[in-house]
Design a protein around this ligand. Sequence first.
Ligand code: IMP
Ligand code: MG
Length: 176
Amino acid sequence: MREEIEVMIPEEKLMKRIDELAAQINEDYKGKTLTILCILKGSIFFTCELAKRLTIPVLFDFIQVSSYGDDTKSSGKIKIMKDLDKPITDKDVLIIEDILDSGTTLYRLIDYLSEGRPASLKVCTLLDKPARREYPVDVDYNGFEIEDEFVIGFGLDYAQRYRNLPYIGILNFVDD
Ligand code: IMP
Ligand code: MG
């Protein structure tokens, strides 16, 4: 089986949309300090591009989670692999996620982070695949709604590869 990549969202289109999201966030958080919470590892590229465009004061923290269970069946639980460095009590927190798929990760993470009593907790995702949703998640900022395809690049991986592609691509497996 050969892996073939088809460009879904080119780099220029990603940058243009991130410009728009950043402008909206700058407006919404005017006068506040924003704590950006990057979900490792998939969100690193999106977090950097977005943060470079923010003019409000910004703090960063990182969290890494993994879902229990295998690739095909989600157990609905997550495991914290790397926790927050500092408490988020009374902070305005914006979770940055690469892609919202079944919703398991964000649903559980929002639950967990809410226990830390932030002043506000919002969600920003680059991609949303609504067709596969199993858990309801309210998204405050979304880059692109996409079809049910397996995508890679701009942080997203297949078996840890392809994260460094500067665009979002569809990964197809072809028989020769
Ligand atoms: P959820 O918990 O099912 O919403 O899945 C979210 C996580 O699954 C994302 O943070 C990604 O790491 C991974 N994921 C979901 N769809 C894709 C995809 O199309 N390509 C790569 N990773 C994906
Ligand atoms: Mg991820």
